[in-house]
Design a protein. Structure first.
Length: 466
């Protein structure tokens, strides 16, 4: 992405490390939100096909669609904005690496926006259709049939046209996520960096595996979120019939248990499909934590199903969010290991960029020549003591014997104080800090060898000090 590449500002290593943490956070938020949206919408569209009027399937259609679409701002805040930050961070971290990750993410983003808009339109059409069906059921038999037909007609017009938005939304989402997961998988797989193309990326075993894993995790997340939200978080707002409640609880518990059972398998396969060069100890730690959290979550759901103890769902919910985040973090860890050398390259680039930038501002960090600066000092300081100033060879021993000769010299040269009444105090030379440092280094360099051989009597130095 040429455009993004231009926006990249070379960063020092410590910033790149920070960016890595932000990427971890971004990927976790993105995967959790998008997983909930994707899983719930697949189930909603599926049950929509089975629903008729007001049966249990039409309730499921609506309840699933509501899970991740409460407010439109969620879709944009947790989905699109997080997505954009992820792209920018990858552009920064992979700056100068010639792989398509950022371009693939960009394609994915565009499809994602189409997907999100369609899915929100779908959800709205469901609500509209619900309102119409509701009205119809209320007034049937009380008004002439012609009125009912008319209402039905408006209903069809308003909702049917949008009926396919759900399917389209899912199609966009699926392709978008395929690209997204392909790009993220590629970034963590350094051996594949060379000679990768969009086809090899999309069809690589790792991408397909990661995609399936994401899909399974999305269903698990959706069912756990369904139970959590409907029967725990918003339990007092729930006016469903007992029959529907029992059905929805059972269905979601089973989806959760089955998908949670499959998830550890993916965690484990992931170890073998991740290139060895990208594996670090933390990779195993996140894997272990993820698997443990999945098992613990499954245990809670099972308890819920067996003892009908809905309070357990909150543990299952948080444990599962944790497990899902571990997946994102693990993938990110693999990436930072793969990208480690490149971060060092970028760090060098940063140093160069900084020098160029400072030079362009006239604050050039060009090397200051201490010998050059010293020429000014020679106006007063000669090889031998003179009436104007002492010779440096006679005073340097005092500095060189200090713990930090440079600091001591810098302190004096940048702010001379009266030392020896034999001479007038030295006037401030008005040097820049960099020049002071350079000339101090020059003096140290010039006299440090002579310190040993020089016969400068220690006594005279101490005498001078007094
Ligand atoms: C205008 C004349 C003059 C110039 C130019 C000058 N000095 Fe000095 N410098 C002196 C005098 C006079 C002393 C003795 C001051 C005293 O003993 O109080 C001195 C003392 C020193 C001392 C010894 C201080 C001590 O602790 O005994 C150092 C080190 C020194 N100058 C460094 C420099 C450097 C480096 C430069 C050039 C950047 C420089 N001087 C330029 C006049 C000058």
């Amino acid at each position: 992405m040429e455009l993004l590449d231009k926006l990249v500002i070379p960063q020092p290593e410590y910033n790149l490390v920070l960016l890595n943490y932000f990427l971890m956070l971004g990927l976790s938020i993105f995967f959790v939100y998008t997983g909930a949206l994707y899983g719930s919408m697949i189930l909603s569209v599926y049950f929509r096909g089975k629903s008729k009027g007001f049966n249990k399937y039409s309730f499921l259609t609506k309840d699933f669609a509501d899970i991740a679409t409460d407010k439109k701002s969620y879709g944009y805040g947790l989905g699109v904005v997080t997505f954009l930050s992820i792209i920018f961070i990858y552009a920064q971290l992979l700056h100068k690496v010639d792989i398509g990750v950022v371009s693939y993410l960009f394609i994915s983003l565009i499809l994602y926006m189409f997907g999100i808009s369609s899915l929100f339109a779908y959800k709205n059409s469901l609500h509209l259709s619900n309102i119409f069906t509701n009205i119809k059921e209320q007034i049937v038999g009380k008004v002439p049939d012609a009125t009912i037909d008319e209402i039905e007609e408006i209903n069809q017009e308003a909702t049917l046209s949008k009926g396919s938005t759900g399917t389209w939304g899912l199609v966009f989402m699926t392709i978008s996520l395929w690209f997204f997961i392909g790009a993220v998988s590629l970034s963590a797989n350094k051996p594949a960096w060379e000679g990768s193309s969009i086809i090899t990326v999309l069809l690589s075993g790792r991408t397909l595996l990661n995609f399936t894993q994401f899909l399974v995790a999305s269903f698990a997340l959706t069912s756990v979120a369904f139970l959590f939200r409907k029967y725990y978080w918003e339990a007092d707002r729930n006016h469903d019939s007992d029959e529907y409640t029992a059905y929805a609880k059972g269905l979601n518990s089973w989806i959760a248990i089955i998908t949670l059972l499959i998830m550890p398998v993916f965690f484990l396969i992931g170890i073998f499909t991740t290139p060895k060069t990208s594996i670090s100890p933390m990779f195993f730690v996140t894997t272990l934590l993820g698997v443990l959290a999945v098992f613990a979550a499954m245990h809670q759901v099972y308890g819920l199903l067996k003892n009908n103890n809905i309070g357990l769902i909150k543990y299952a919910f948080f444990l599962f969010i944790f497990a899902f985040a571990m997946l994102g973090i693990r993938e990110k860890l693999a990436f930072s290991v793969a990208n480690h050398d490149h971060v060092l390259v970028l760090n060098e680039e940063y140093k160069k960029h900084k020098a160029d930038f400072l030079a362009s501002m006239g604050v050039a960090e060009v090397k200051i020549d201490g010998a050059e600066v010293y020429k000014r000092c020679m106006a007063c300081h000669r090889d031998e003591d003179s009436p104007t100033a002492p010779a440096h060879k006679n005073i340097m021993a005092k500095y060189l014997s200090q713990a930090d000769p440079q600091a001591a010299l810098v302190r004096f040269i940048s702010n001379p104080v009266p030392v020896n009444p034999k001479w007038a105090p030295m006037p401030n030379q008005g040097l820049t800090p960099a020049e002071v440092k350079a000339v101090a280094d020059y003096l140290i360099e010039k006299y440090s060898d002579k310190k040993e051989e020089s016969s400068t009597p220690k006594d005279s130095v101490t005498a001078l000090l007094k």
